[in-house]
Structures are given as structure tokens and as C-alpha cells.
Write a protein that binds this ligand. Structure first.
Ligand SMILES: [Zn+2]
Length: 274
């Protein structure tokens, strides 16, 4: 009899674990992207997942909005990024697809907002999902309805929930640097891409990541090519702090005689070879 009870007990425990993991996976209805994947942003991604789970419990409607109105959630640092329509005190922003406002856009959360108060993070997600709904349904960019929406959420959400675990004690710069160099096999990383490609200028930015413990000057050459020949070229440079990253925007002017039909290809090459 005791044996049977024991087996039943284990089955219940295993079932519980299964259901818990199932729910955990299901709550990530939207991909979440940090900058340093699996390193500095790991805890921040975990906090966003917890926030999503809480919203799912307290306001399924807002949760569904996030899941159905956003294609992904990005973590960034607004001071380092050129994000249109973000007020200095903002904690999040909704970036619609400029070519079609009615389709899913991206919710961007400020890095500092992801490891502060959990309630604050939930409100930001609810607020941005509200913008997503308004913009997608009626190209409505107004703020007021979304402030009301996130304060309604705040009113209905219980206050006594435990706050998120703080990130582990900070590792030393040397430790971080060594881990990153080992993980990536690089001492630095450069990536440039275009955001807007409409003549007369192509706009984009370069992200420079420096894994070493000293700040350094990083450069990339960005260019527009046609038929394998560089038509326009420009150097993008910036000082990047120790074990830090920086995003620098650039503009490439199309050649004056460029025709609509001319096809230019964007390319870049990192300048610092170590
Ligand atoms: Zn807003």
C-alpha cells in the first residue's frame, strides 16, 4: 500500500514539473532578444519572461495583445540607440513596420527597465502592446489611451508579489572579458546594417562590441556597391569602452545620377584587425 502511495506521489510530482515547464515554454509566445545573448542579458530575458507570465495571469487580454501584436521583444539601451519617437523618460517603445502599419511590429524595452521593478516592467509591456493595437488597427499614435491602459493594469494587479531576484553579484571586468572572448572566439565584433534604403540617402548603424578590458577605437568601412564596384564608401568610427558596446548611425548618400532602377548593394568591413 505504501509503495502504491509512493508511486502515486512521484507521478504527481513529475506531472507537476511537466505542467510547470509546459507553461513556462508557452508563456514565451514572442521571441525575446538581448544584445549579448546568453550573457549579460540572460537575467533580463528571464525577467521579461516572468513579467509575461504575470501578465498572462492578471490580464489575459493584455497578454494576448503582446502575443498577437508583436513579432518580438528586443532589449536595448535607449541612450545608445537611435530610436524614433522615444521620450527621454520612456522605458519602452513600439516600432511599427513602416511599410505596413497593420502588421506586427517590435516592442523594444530599455535595458534599465528590465532589471528594476517587476510591476514597472509589466506596465511597460502592457503600455507598448496597447500602442501596437492602436497603430495596427487605426494608425493611431496617441499616448493617452495607453497611459490609461497601463494604469488600469496596475490597479488590477496584486501588489504583494515578490520582486524579481536581483542579478548575481557583478563579475569583474576581467572575468567578463575572458568569458566573452572564450564564447565568441573574438576580441571584438562589428556589425553594420541598413535601416532605411530610400534615396537620396541610405541610413543604418554599426554596432561595435569590444570584449577586451581596455577601451579602444573601432572602425568599419560601409559602402554601396553596384555591379561589384564600390559607388559610395564611408568610414564609421567610435571609441568603445572596456567590455562594452556602442551603436553609431551613419548615412550614405546615393550617387547624384542614381536612377530609381539602379540596384545598390550594401556592405561593410571591419577596420580594426586584431
Ligand atoms: Zn507610449
Amino acid at each position: 500500500m505504501a509503495k502504491k502511495a509512493l508511486i502515486t506521489f512521484f507521478l504527481i510530482v513529475l506531472g507537476g514539473i511537466y505542467v510547470y515547464h509546459f507553461n513556462l515554454t508557452r508563456s514565451e509566445c514572442v521571441p525575446i532578444q538581448g544584445l549579448f545573448v546568453r550573457w549579460g542579458d540572460y537575467e533580463r530575458e528571464e525577467n521579461i519572461k516572468t513579467a509575461l507570465q504575470n501578465i498572462r495571469v492578471y490580464s489575459p487580454e493584455d497578454y494576448n495583445r503582446i502575443c498577437t501584436r508583436a513579432s518580438s521583444i528586443h532589449i536595448t539601451s535607449f541612450e545608445n540607440q537611435l530610436v524614433p519617437f522615444v521620450s527621454p523618460d520612456a522605458r519602452g517603445t513600439y516600432t511599427p513596420d513602416r511599410s505596413n502599419l497593420a502588421v506586427k511590429g517590435i516592442i523594444i524595452i530599455d535595458r534599465d527597465a528590465t532589471d528594476g521593478s517587476m510591476v514597472g516592467l509589466e506596465r511597460t509591456l502592457v503600455h507598448e502592446a496597447c500602442h501596437a493595437l492602436l497603430i495596427q488597427e487605426s494608425a493611431d499614435f496617441s499616448e493617452e489611451p495607453c497611459y490609461s491602459r497601463d494604469s488600469e493594469y496596475f490597479d488590477l494587479r496584486p501588489k504583494e508579489l515578490t520582486e524579481p531576484k536581483k542579478a548575481e553579484p557583478e563579475k569583474s571586468l576581467e572575468q567578463k572579458s575572458a568569458e566573452l572572448i572564450e564564447q565568441t572566439g573574438e576580441k571584438s565584433h562589428t556589425y553594420c546594417s541598413l535601416k532605411e534604403q530610400n534615396a537620396p540617402v541610405a541610413q543604418g548603424d554599426c554596432v561595435f562590441i569590444n570584449y577586451i578590458t581596455e577601451s579602444k577605437q573601432m572602425c568599419a568601412s560601409v559602402f554601396l556597391k553596384q555591379g561589384g564596384i564600390k559607388a559610395v564608401e564611408q568610414e564609421v568610427c567610435g571609441e568603445v569602452g572596456a567590455v562594452d558596446y556602442r551603436s553609431i548611425s551613419f548615412e550614405l548618400e546615393y550617387p547624384e545620377n542614381a536612377q530609381e532602377s539602379d540596384k545598390y548593394q550594401f556592405g561593410f568591413s571591419p577596420r580594426d584587425l586584431e
